[in-house]
Ligand binder design. Structure first.
Ligand code: ADP
Length: 486
């Protein structure tokens, strides 16, 4: 399954995985930082203010007690007012503290302090007379002091406890801040290590899954460069490299085929060149030795044979030259307007002696109104020469060769067909015959040839913007048709 993943998919998914790890760690860090920030805010604003207010309220309480003491001693109204002002100040502090109290414990302590303070105020109001109309007996003052002492000391105790609870909460928050900081630092460190490890592992895996097959491809290329085709490469993953390996295997098969073809072809070509040379050598030796000096008829026959073999040699060498020019792209066309019948006629004249010798009839059917064609006459002569020589070569004595031409208005082309009543071509070989070096084995014995003629013909026709194809009824004859734009 993993082997079917493309390189692109592997890279994208691995980097996405790393990004997800980094993102998760980032989100976790941000979340923790905002928690730390919230705690710091609470500590610096709420807790500090609570502690401060508790301590200040305690101070106010002490100051109020002192003011009230002074009032009872001096009966000075200023102390009475100071007590009242401090009482109002105390209430304000209590209200602010109530708004800050975030736990039931604190609220409970505050409620108690407020009740005690109210009791203290009421007690004072009941005892003190700011107008001085009533003189307060000492006994009453003593009773007041005893009651106030109790209320004030409990209120002071509660306020101190409130300050202590706020300090404890502040300390607990500071400890939490420290714990979260450590946890965040650890998480960042772990995610960093995990991300780095993932980068290393994923990169190593991806690199290995690509470089492994590539180095096998490289080894195979070297082996092929050394002429060893060996077994086809079997690379299953990743798909891009598998496709490359498949293409590489196809190329190897083709190279192997070409290599074999080259070996076969060199053998065939040597034979093709050696046979006429041997015949020429034998015939000329016989003539030189004067073996048939008394038989002029026989001598003429030998001279004819020498000439015929020389022509065959020249034809073979010409094909090789044409082919090498075609392969090196040095077969330029010199286009001109020309009449097709004239070229056909010229070729017929050249081949009619051979046709007569083989008792093969040559027929031409070309309409007189055939349009003139823009072509390289020399090259089209080569085309006709190849098609006619093949037809003569592969048609047994007594056969018929027909050359027809017609104009096709639908494609605006002139189609020329060379048909014979020869051995024909098997269905499987109809396309192959146009490939270079390809000689069709039809099981009817070898006929001499270079295997280049039709490849050259196809190249010339294609260069003219035309098309060539073969039709055949195996054992009964073949037709080679080419079309040229009119
Ligand atoms: P060659 O020099 O071998 O004839 P060609 O390229 O001209 O090379 O032809 C390729 C092959 O096509 C031949 O070897 C032959 O098998 C087949 N061929 C060509 N023309 C004919 C034909 N008229 N009849 C039968 N087979 C033909």
């Amino acid at each position: 399954m993993a082997s079917n993943l493309s390189i692109l998919f592997r890279l994208i998914s691995s980097y996405l995985l790393i990004i997800v790890v980094v993102l998760l760690s980032g989100i976790y860090t941000i979340w923790n930082l905002s928690e730390i920030n919230r705690l710091i805010q609470t500590v610096t604003n709420d807790d500090a203010r609570e502690i401060h207010l508790s301590e200040e309220s305690l101070e106010i309480l002490y100051s109020a007690t002192a003011a009230e003491e002074k009032f009872f001693v001096s009966r000075d109204k200023a102390y009475y007012r100071q007590f009242k002002t401090l009482g109002a100040e105390f209430d304000k502090q209590m209200a602010e503290l109530a708004s800050l109290a975030d736990t039931a414990k604190k609220q409970e302590l505050l409620a108690r302090v407020r009740t005690l303070h109210n009791d203290y105020g009421r007690l004072f109001d009941d005892t003190a007379d700011p107008t001085g109309a009533r003189s307060v007996p000492d006994r009453e003052i003593v009773r007041f002091r005893a009651a106030r002492e109790q209320i004030a000391s409990e209120a002071a105790q509660r306020l101190r406890e409130l300050a202590r609870v706020a300090s404890a909460e502040r300390d607990e928050r500071l400890v939490r801040i420290e714990a979260i900081s450590v946890r965040t630092a650890n998480a960042i460190l772990v995610s960093l290590i995990v991300a780095v490890m993932m980068v290393i592992v994923i990169s190593a895996f991806n690199t290995h899954s690509v470089s492994g097959p590539i180095s096998r491809l490289r080894e195979k290329t070297k082996a092929i460069a050394g002429g060893d085709f060996g077994e086809p490469l079997n690379i299953s993953s990743p798909p891009e490299i598998r496709e490359l390996a498949d293409a590489f295997n196809a190329m190897c098969d083709r190279l192997r085929e070409l290599d074999q073809m080259k070996i076969d072809y060199i053998g065939h070509l040597s034979h093709e060149l050696r046979t006429p040379l041997t015949a020429i050598k034998e015939a000329s030796s016989m003539l030189q030795e004067g073996l048939f000096a008394a038989l002029p008829e026989r001598e003429r026959e030998l001279q004819g044979l020498i000439r015929q073999e020389c022509e065959r040699l020249i034809r073979s060498v010409n094909r090789l030259l044409d082919f090498s020019m075609m392969e090196s792209g040095m077969m330029p066309l010199t286009l001109q307007d020309a009449e097709l019948p004239q070229i056909v006629e010229k070729n017929l004249q050249r081949f009619s002696p051979l046709a007569q010798r083989k008792n093969i009839a040559l027929q031409v059917r070309i309409p007189p109104d055939l349009p003139r064609l823009r072509m390289d006459t020399e090259k089209i002569e080569v085309v006709l020469e190849n098609l006619l020589s093949n037809a003569l070569k592969y048609t047994p004595d007594g056969g018929l060769i027909t050359i027809t031409a017609r104009y096709r208005a639908d494609t605006n082309c002139v189609e020329v067909a060379v048909s014979d009543t020869g051995r024909g071509i098997p269905e499987s070989g109809l396309q192959e015959v146009f490939e270079k070096f390809r000689r069709v084995d039809d099981g009817k014995g070898a006929v001499r040839g270079t295997g280049l003629g039709l490849a050259i013909v196809k190249h010339i026709i294609n260069a003219h913007g035309g098309r060539i194809w073969a039709e055949s009824e195996f054992g009964r004859g073949s037709t080679f048709t080419f079309s040229l734009p009119a």
